[in-house]
Design a protein around this ligand. Structure first.
Ligand code: MRU
Length: 349
């Protein structure tokens, strides 16, 4: 087995959360020490920590840290303050359901242990956040195992944004099969979309794949059609921020276009997703809240103004790929295909 380098993007020691600042990559590998809820909220909003599962892990550690700093000893007063912290962190980004999923899982610890001392609840919150992170690493590995059954040695996949190790506890979702293949001496080559406007593909996916010595080729988003037409791509695999009950999938802006292109070129389009990203309470993609980001991310990306001052800008951070364009959704519990409303229920059984 080949030793592949993995990078931890979120850790917690009980007093501070340490985050790999993903906005500084690939030029600098900087780790931020977070001790306040305001700094954590900003780190999530500014994408210093990003990617649906990593946002959930950071928020879980956030409420564990925030709770540890509360002075209230009486359960009811503690609960009120705890909910304020949880609601505050929940307001940082709207689309990735893992944020709300993780906060709900953490809140159950507080609610289910009403009879326990507040001091013990604080310990239990720390343990639960550790468990969320540990579970995520195992889940991503299982997603990778399942995805690998759809892949062959020597093939080339195209991916969008970053659904890799730094977006999760380990391995990533879309990139998990690539790492597992590498560990086993197989070679799956990757084309990485640049991913305008924040360049997660160019800055993060290429960086982490290069650390692991994976063969990766960077293209700008508008080159995807041509590389597919030239027969260079055997499959598309992406991560996701929320899957609705009917299989409609929200992921980084530009994903929908790739799915349309993949269908045109008869290339399978796979979505890799932990169950924590599947939101059976949201019936269809039309109901998924889509985050709109500041205009300056487009007009002044990375400090350089590239559009006239005052131009009108529309900057949705995610789009929704309709279920009929998705060949399969790969979860830790198995691979499901259309009709998704039925097949997605089976992975929760
Ligand atoms: O805005 P981002 O960078 O947080 O968007 C991330 C994505 O779209 C990822 O594909 C998704 O969260 C899955 S990460 C395993």
């Amino acid at each position: 087995m080949i030793d592949v380098k993995h990078i931890e993007s979120v850790t917690f020691n009980g007093e501070k959360i340490v985050l790999l600042d993903q906005t500084k990559l690939p030029l600098e590998e900087v780790y931020l020490e977070i001790t306040t809820m305001k700094d954590l909220w900003e780190a999530i909003f500014e994408l210093k920590v990003r990617g649906a599962p990593a946002i959930g892990i950071a928020a879980a550690y956030g409420v564990a840290l925030g709770a540890s700093q509360l002075e209230e000893q009486a359960y009811d007063e503690f609960l009120v303050k705890y909910e304020e912290i949880s609601d505050y962190l929940a307001s940082s980004r709207p689309t990735a359901v893992n944020l709300f999923w993780a906060l709900n899982r953490m809140k159950r610890i507080v609610v289910d242990n009403k009879e326990t001392s507040v001091a013990d609840i604080k310990q239990m919150l720390h343990k639960e956040a550790d468990a969320i992170k540990k579970d995520d690493a195992e889940i991503c590995e299982s997603i990778g195992e399942n995805a690998l059954t759809l892949m062959k040695d020597g093939m080339t996949v195209l991916t969008h944004c970053n659904a890799g190790g730094i977006a999760t506890a380990k391995y990533g979702t879309a990139l998990a099969p690539i790492y597992l293949a590498k560990e086993r001496g197989m070679e799956i080559k990757v084309f990485a979309d640049e991913t305008r406007p924040l360049l997660q593909g160019a800055r993060l996916t290429t960086w982490e794949l290069m650390q692991a010595d994976v063969d990766v080729t960077l293209i700008t988003d508008n080159m995807a059609a041509m590389v597919m037409q030239q027969g260079k791509i055997d499959a598309v695999i992406v991560g996701c921020d929320r899957i609705a009950a009917n299989g409609d999938t929200a992921n980084k802006i530009g994903t929908y276009g790739l799915a349309v292109l993949a269908q045109k070129h008869h290339i399978p389009f796979y979505v890799a997703s932990p169950l924590s990203t599947i939101d059976m309470e949201t019936a269809t993609g039309a109901e998924i809240p889509i985050e709109e980001r500041p205009a300056k991310e487009i007009t002044q990306g990375f400090g350089k103004q590239t559009a006239p001052s005052g131009v009108k800008v529309y900057n949705p951070a995610f789009d929704v790929t309709p279920n009929e364009l998705i060949t399969a959704i790969i979860t830790e519990k198995g691979i499901v295909q259309a009709p998704y409303y039925e097949s997605l229920q089976t992975v929760f059984e």
